[in-house]
Ligand binder design. Structure first.
Ligand code: NAP
Length: 309
């Protein structure tokens, strides 16, 4: 066993680091467990210009490094370990990591959510250079440009409609003949003159060396291929909340997002959750931070109530 803590925060993205700043400053012995490098999903983008307080925008690396330094300054420790499972031990939680075990009175799960990828060769390399997974985050960079949205669910259609506020033309590329999205979204898409739907189509290749320039599309019915010039591609084929290690431990919805109450408490005592891993979080750094802070405050109250009982 590596150590015993007041609170262990699982995940060092915006939600986890924000929570650690608050628990550390509240003089709670705090450990953050992170499987990769601190910063979370936002580190995959080049620039963030909608985080309040930075009118010119800021590089995600710099923003997250500041979060990390602030958490360390208030005494939080960061350990590189991947959590495998959680186990209730009396009034505490035993955290089984890949490298070690840790004990805590309270846990904040801040493991986030990853975007499902298409698996194309240049997909990851061109993130921030035309490839995006979030129209709310990046749509404004595509003013008067032509973009494509991949997918046929609620999110893909919502993203496409949002993008028509900025873009000259929005293609939706969907692998089937019918959308999975709810009817009202389908009707709005059909009525929007800026949107063109390419049915029964899949992206075979992203073209462009240093930025997205076009997509190679294949019609899955007649096997015809064509080149579609675009400035950007928004991949919207679903999310994967990083919660598999908690299956059977904590209540989740059908997509694996963790259910929490208004205090960010799960259905298990001492187990809180924040950020993109919780149900209906809007996938923004600012909202992840907000829920992380709220979870930290709730943990402080929970630990005080343990002392008085
Ligand atoms: P979704 O309904 O699962 O839709 C995903 C879409 O992407 C489908 O149209 C699917 O095509 C397409 N797709 C999947 N893999 C693909 C691939 N490899 N290549 C091409 N297309 C692919 O997901 P969503 O639109 O994200 O979410 C819909 C609703 O579920 C929303 O209300 C959302 O809030 C909720 N939700 C979803 C998730 C999630 O992880 N998906 C998580 C939380 C909440 P087919 O239609 O052919 O299958």
């Amino acid at each position: 066993m590596k150590g015993s803590y007041d609170v262990i925060i699982i995940g060092a993205g915006p939600a986890g680091l924000a929570a650690a700043i608050y628990t550390g400053r509240a003089r709670l012995k705090t450990l953050i467990l992170e499987k990769a490098i601190p910063g979370g999903q936002i580190m995959l983008t080049d620039w963030i210009e909608n985080y309040p307080g930075f009118p010119e925008g800021i590089a995600p690396f710099e923003l997250m490094d500041n979060f990390r330094k602030q958490a360390l300054r208030f005494g939080a420790e960061i350990e590189n370990d991947e959590v495998q499972s959680l186990e209730r031990k009396g009034k505490e939680w035993l955290v089984h990591g890949r490298r070690d075990d840790y004990l805590a009175k309270a846990i904040i799960i801040a493991t986030g959510s990853t975007y499902r990828r298409l698996g194309l060769e240049k997909e990851v390399r061109l993130i921030g250079r035309g490839v995006s997974y979030c129209a709310t985050c990046d749509g404004a960079f595509f003013r008067d440009k032509v973009v494509a949205v991949i997918g046929g669910g609620d999110n893909a259609l919502t993203e496409a409609l949002f993008l028509t506020k900025f873009c000259r033309q929005v293609y939706i590329i969907h692998r089937r003949q019918t959308f999975r999205a709810v009817r009202i979204l389908q009707e709005r898409v059909a009525a929007n003159e800026k949107i063109v739907v390419l049915w029964n189509s899949v992206v075979e290749e992203i073209l462009g060396e240093n930025k997205v320039e076009a997509l190679k599309i294949k019609n899955v019915l007649n096997k015809e291929e064509k080149i579609l010039p675009v400035d950007g591609v928004f991949i919207s084929i679903g999310m994967e909340p990083q919660s598999a290690f908690l299956r059977g431990v904590v209540e989740m919805n059908e997509w694996g997002q963790i259910k929490v109450n208004r205090n960010l408490a799960t259905n298990q005592p001492g187990l809180f959750a924040a950020g993109d891993v919780i149900e209906d979080c809007p996938r923004q750094v600012a909202t992840a931070v907000g829920t992380g802070v709220a979870a930290a405050i709730a943990v402080d109250k929970y630990l005080s109530s343990l002392e008085t009982n």
